[in-house]
Design a protein around this ligand. Structure first.
Ligand SMILES: *Cc1c(COP(=O)(O)O)cnc(C)c1O
Length: 472
């Protein structure tokens, strides 16, 4: 074999020569010298290999080379976290970032990001303040309770409650019904969290039926709490029984122990007022006698990722003193977002307009259908000759483990293959939609690729980029 190196050296420009050219000076100033040099080296190596394969047909085109470097650098430096179109039909999609926030909330976050703020500074006294006070007033006003704490997410909130209760020398047992030993996606399992939090799980009852007396019989001098977990992502149906919450709370209080409730999603308003299925609220749980309630910030509430704890003053004070609170605390951006979002909840009549999640959840099928029909011709054009697009009725999911069996009447566009159905059609089409500049995420059903239109915002952008769909 002939060594291609000498020929390559003659046919290809040197790295230094390229770096000093006008085109590459621009890349250096945009991307930095190191990354530009690395890219040149990598792409020159590709050229060298081509030369080695077929020297007689090799022709180095510097213009093409500059364009290839430009494309490689652009691709390499594009943000990893990118906007997408969530047309999956699941509104609070955990893998797509859950709740979307209104502009007013984003503006508040922007201020907190770019300017000094009184995060832990009491402007009246000039002394050190407590970061949670910025939202405590709103949480207790809207959810009830005497005090509130905010942490990184609801998993952290549950952990912190249990870890605080488990810090007592002789009382470490927490009683939970066997029907509520849930697993939430991403490996959050009640038994595992309890172990890590340093409490001993005492399971009572059976999967389908747990009675008040099961709890009563399990109480010992070592009991630290009775816990209720909202079975957010599944339902137990048929021959079932659970102890009424008010009775559970009364039982706990007779024995001088707290009754704690993990609500999961939790919502500050009655969703039935918005035509949606009922979801338990922290206010209801507190009214039933709960001493502490935990819920998520980015599920139905429609805010940033956070875990909200609300309840009795003494328990909240103990939780604040737990050193783990420091490890699980939220940053100023989260507090700014929560502060701005919770203030919107003071006017329930405007929630539908102002809280993005509620607006999307409450869209009617008729309204979604009108939008689907407006978009349909553009989708038909994009898949012309290969697929057939038509309007279909769909059922959206709330998502994030909220109300798993209720689906919201929605409308979408289903694209099926023309002629003989090929099993790979929907997979290929789904890949093509994901490859668009703003990736479009749909779902596959019965061999068709389906776009649920409920969450289609930025409609003009969606339509414009459809002309770039590459689908064979
Ligand atoms: C979702 C959920 C959690 C976890 O909440 P994150 O905010 O996702 O950490 C915990 N418990 C229940 C019942 C849930 O539904």
């Amino acid at each position: 074999m002939v060594n291609p190196e000498p020929a390559a050296r003659r046919a290809l420009p040197s790295v230094d020569r390229l770096l000093s050219s006008t085109a590459f000076s621009a890349f250096i100033s945009r991307y930095g010298r190191a990354l530009t040099t690395e890219t040149i080296r990598e792409l020159l190596q590709v050229q060298r290999e081509k030369l080695a394969q077929n020297a007689s047909a090799f022709d180095f085109d510097e213009g093409h080379f500059v364009a290839a470097c430009d494309a490689a650098l652009t691709k390499y430096t594009q943000p990893s976290l990118r906007p997408v179109f969530n047309l999956t039909g699941t509104v609070l999609h955990t893998n797509l970032g859950r709740a979307l926030m209104p502009q007013s909330v984003a503006d508040a976050v922007m201020t907190a990001m770019t300017r000094p703020v009184n995060l832990e500074f009491d402007l009246g006294g000039g002394a050190r303040g407590e970061r949670d006070t910025h939202v405590e007033k709103w949480i207790t006003k809207l959810a009830g309770g005497e005090g509130a704490v905010v942490v990184n997410n609801n998993a952290a909130a549950v952990y912190l409650v249990l870890n605080t209760l488990g810090a007592q020398r002789t009382k470490r047992e927490v009683i939970v019904s066997r029907g509520e030993l849930i697993e939430i996606g991403g490996a959050f399992r009640i038994p595992d969290i309890m172990k890590r939090a340093g409490v001993k799980l005492v399971e009572v009852g059976t999967t389908n039926r747990t009675h008040l007396k099961d709890f009563a019989e399990a109480i010992t001098p070592h009991t630290a709490a009775i816990m209720k977990v909202h079975t957010s992502n599944y339902v137990v149906q048929g021959f079932t029984a659970s102890a009424p919450e008010a009775e559970l709370a009364a039982l706990a209080h007779e024995h001088g122990i707290p009754y704690i409730v993990d609500l999961g999603s939790g919502m500050l308003v009655n969703l039935e007022d918005y035509g949606l299925p009922h979801e338990p609220t922290p206010r209801e749980a507190l009214a039933n006698g709960a001493d502490l309630v935990t819920f998520s910030g980015d599920k139905l509430l429609g805010g940033p990722q956070a875990g909200l704890l609300v309840g009795k003053k003494d328990l909240i004070a103990r939780i604040r003193k737990n050193p783990m609170k420091r490890a699980l605390r939220v940053d100023k951006m989260t507090l700014a977002a929560l502060d701005a979002l919770l203030r919107l909840y003071t006017n329930p009549d405007k929630l539908r307009e102002e809280v993005t999640t509620i607006r999307l959840l409450t869209r009617t099928r008729a309204d979604i259908r009108v939008q689907a029909e407006r978009v349909l011709p553009h989708v038909q054009n994009a898949v012309a000759g290969k697929g057939e697009a038509r309007i279909v009725e769909t059922g959206s999911q709330i998502g994030s483990g909220s109300l798993p069996v209720d689906s919201l009447p929605s409308a979408g566009i289903a694209i099926s293959p023309i002629g003989k159905s090929k099993s790979s059609f929907a997979d290929k089409l789904s890949l093509a939609f994901r490859a668009l500049p703003v990736p479009v995420i749909g779902h596959i059903k019965d061999g068709a690729f389906v776009l649920d239109i409920r969450c289609l915002e930025h409609e003009a952008e969606f339509i414009t980029q459809l002309t770039q769909l590459q689908f064979k």
